[in-house]
Design a binder for this molecule. Structure first.
Ligand SMILES: Nc1ncnc2c1ncn2[C@@H]1O[C@H](COP(=O)(O)OP(=O)(O)O)[C@@H](O)[C@H]1O
Ligand SMILES: [Mg+2]
Length: 379
């Protein structure tokens, strides 16, 4: 999350790669009672695949609709290729939108459905429009279906037609709002791979909205993690997963979710120790330098399940009791209880067997994140 406001330059070259820029965008509803999006700042490059990720109601659709022109922001600006289009009509923006619900015209052939936007918006000769349709249909693998009506197509094929309708417009950027959420899991996985391949082939910016972290991780060059109308972090999938800057991100990303332990900071000279009700952990010199904490501070430790090691010999930072083991094929998710709180560990398959077994819980101080208990930011 950047605090610096970059003023868009309309003459300089530093903008040349930026396709969509959002500056200080805020959108409220019901006379300000609902703040759907607040102070959203974003730069999306020409060939970038950017995913908006966050729980339902966090403001993803509202932000996308402000970019597309379907909503007018209360504050802030939207630029496409350096041009301020904040108040331009949707049709005058060089953008193509694909929605969750498939909105095809039932009485028109697939060809006419795909050509629809071009027919509305452009005065290209008909032969050229049809060439574009043919080309796009081939990329989408629906070239055999152009003369059929949408009702003769499967759900996945219909969603391809929606994509095709966006693609023939050759927009500066595609905006997709949970386009595959109505499809069954198998088809969704396939469509994901296809849309990623298409985006790479087209080399066009794409903003893809989802509440599904797995979808976000597989698709995004960068992920914009949103919550409560705010951007919490922007980063590559690996940054988001490995270096969350806020507790919410550590908690929202990854399945099973990160384990958290509340603790107090104890300081003995230069040595910092985190003291929880279950264990004490002394920080390395590097960590002590990086984390700006001092004696008496409250902090929350986050540890991913894969970094929690359980030992049946019972030695570790603290002891716990195994509650449930979920077998996931390649690995086991072990739920264990300590002080009546539940935690999870990911282990090799069949490493531990017994429910009710007492185990030692271990993790390395290099594998923890430390968050400020108050503002929940990474220290
Ligand atoms: N037209 C509207 N009128 C009133 N409230 C709205 C409207 N659109 C969205 N909201 C509210 O704004 C918030 C963000 O919604 P939305 O952008 O749809 O979230 P998301 O797409 O992340 O699920 C929610 O609280 C939602 O109820
Ligand atoms: Mg939405």
């Amino acid at each position: 999350m950047s605090e610096t406001k970059v003023s868009p330059s309309h003459s300089g070259n530093d903008d040349s790669e930026t396709c969509v820029r959002v500056e200080g965008l805020t959108k409220t509803f019901n006379d300000g009672a609902i703040v759907a999006a607040e102070d959203i700042n974003l730069d999306i490059k020409n060939d970038e695949f950017v995913v908006f990720l966050g729980p339902s109601g966090c403001g993803k659709t509202t932000t996308l609709r402000c970019i597309s022109g379907l909503e007018e922001p209360d504050e802030g600006q939207v630029y496409i290729n350096s041009e301020d289009i904040t108040y331009a009509k949707p049709k005058d923006r060089d953008l193509a939108f694909v929605f969750q619900s498939i909105a095809l015209f039932p009485h028109m052939s697939v060809r006419r459905n795909i050509r629809f936007g071009l027919d509305m918006k452009s005065d290209l000769p008909k032969t050229e429009k049809n060439e574009r349709v043919d080309e796009v249909a081939e990329m989408l693998g629906i070239e055999e279906m152009l003369d059929r009506k949408p009702s003769a197509l499967s759900g996945g094929q219909q969603q391809r037609v929606s994509l095709g309708r966006a693609m023939v417009m050759e927009p500066a950027a595609f905006l997709l709002d949970e386009p595959f959420s109505a499809l069954d899991a198998n088809l969704r996985d396939r469509m994901r791979v296809e849309v990623k391949k298409l985006q790479r082939e087209l080399g066009t910016a794409m903003i893809f909205v989802t509440h599904d972290q797995e979808e976000a991780m597989t698709l995004g060059d960068r992920i914009v993690v949103m919550n409560d109308g705010h951007i919490y972090q922007i980063g590559s999938p690996s940054e988001i997963y490995n270096e969350p800057t806020q507790l919410f991100v550590a908690q929202f990303i990854g399945s099973p979710s990160t384990n958290f332990f509340e603790c107090t900071v104890r300081q003995d000279g230069d040595v910092i120790t985190l003291v929880s009700s279950l264990f004490e952990m002394t920080l390395s010199v590097d960590q002590t330098e990086a984390a700006s904490v001092e004696g008496g501070d409250r902090a929350t430790i986050g540890v991913r399940p894969e970094n929690i090691h359980l030992s049946d010999t019972g030695s570790g930072l603290f002891n716990a009791e195994i509650e449930v083991i979920e077998h996931q094929g390649d690995r086991d998710v072990v739920h264990f209880l300590a002080d009546s709180e539940e935690y999870t560990s990911l282990t090799q398959q069949n490493k531990l067997e017994d429910r009710g077994q007492t185990v030692g819980v271990n993790f390395d101080s290099n594998d923890i994140w430390i968050f400020d208990e108050e503002n929940q930011r990474a220290l």
